[in-house]
Design a protein around this ligand. Structure first.
Ligand code: MF3
Ligand code: CO
Length: 280
């Protein structure tokens, strides 16, 4: 629940973070397979079935399916849908902007990650910029977490990055943001994508959060459709969404849903990632 002053943050042991890394790595592989499968003509339901099969074959389960009645394994949000699009028989077309958000549970431990793709070609330059700036905003937020005193420093860094990179051309999706993650998909603390009055709880080893900027071309207005899920822009602008689940450890950060634990991207930003919990 939002707005409570002192919600308890679940601090994970190194063993629990290793299980979350297994969950995150499986999710990374699912996202790679989805990325590979995206092409003009494929339906969003076909992509959902691929994700469902991969998670099941790995002996894991989906944390999205059944969550507050959500009917699918992943959310697929096309063009002016920002988040929570429900997979259906819509075939993807050249140039579509497609955000896929998914998660899984391994031995009780959750992961959550999103990527945005552009289908085939041609690609509008404005869409390429949107997708790239959103992805870079995610990494700016992750980098900020590495040195943050408080969780709110992440949102401040994302806001500053987006203002610098996009000026007024892109807007944040308001009211939505990231969250703690662990033995449940959504936990305290909230991880907003912009500066808030409260700077939030202190960042400590064992804290795990999902960071997820969502950006829209033009003004940021949205409405939720009759299915109670689909979040669509009111201005018609297209949207992008990138998300990683990240662990804070005594040795530094582990980007749980990145192949290399975030090592390469963090190094570019001057930060040394923690050793991979599964490598010893
Ligand atoms: N991944 C979404 C979030 O980021 C949650 C989706 S809710 C679901 O927090 F019901 F669609 F699964
Ligand atoms: Co999330």
């Amino acid at each position: 629940m939002r707005g409570l002053r002192r919600e308890r943050v679940e601090l994970k042991t190194p063993e629990q973070i290793a299980l979350m890394r297994r969950s995150g790595l499986l999710l990374h592989r699912v996202h790679d397979a989805l990325e590979e499968a995206i092409r003009p003509g494929v339906t969003t339901k076909e992509l959902d079935q691929l994700a469902e099969r991969m998670i099941r074959d790995a002996g894991a389960t989906s944390n999205f399916k059944g969550y507050m009645g959500y009917p699918a394994t992943v959310c697929i949000s096309v063009n002016d849908v920002v988040v929570h699009g429900i997979p259906d028989d819509q075939a993807l077309a050249e140039g579509d902007v497609v955000s896929i958000d998914g998660g899984c549970i391994v031995e009780g431990w959750h992961s959550d990650a999103a990527r945005t793709h552009i289908v085939g070609s041609p690609r509008r330059q404005a869409d390429v910029d949107l997708v790239q700036i959103t992805e870079q905003a995610l990494w700016a937020g992750i980098a900020a977490l590495a040195t943050a005193q408080r969780v709110g420093d992440v949102g401040a860094a994302i806001e500053d990055f987006v203002t610098e990179a996009a000026g007024e051309t892109l807007s944040h999706l308001e009211d939505f943001g990231g969250h703690g993650i662990g033995s449940a998909m959504h936990q305290p603390p909230d991880v907003m994508n912009y500066r808030t009055r409260s700077r939030g709880p202190r960042v400590r080893p064992g804290m795990c959060v999902a960071i997820e900027p969502m950006l829209i071309q033009g003004p940021g207005g949205y409405r939720i459709e009759a299915d109670d899920w689909t979040v669509r822009t009111t201005g018609g602008g297209r949207a992008a969404h990138w998300e990683h689940s990240v662990a804070v450890t005594a040795q530094g950060l582990v980007v749980l849903t990145a192949a290399d634990g975030g090592a390469a991207r963090l190094a570019e930003l001057g930060i040394t990632a923690a050793p991979d919990p599964l490598q010893g």
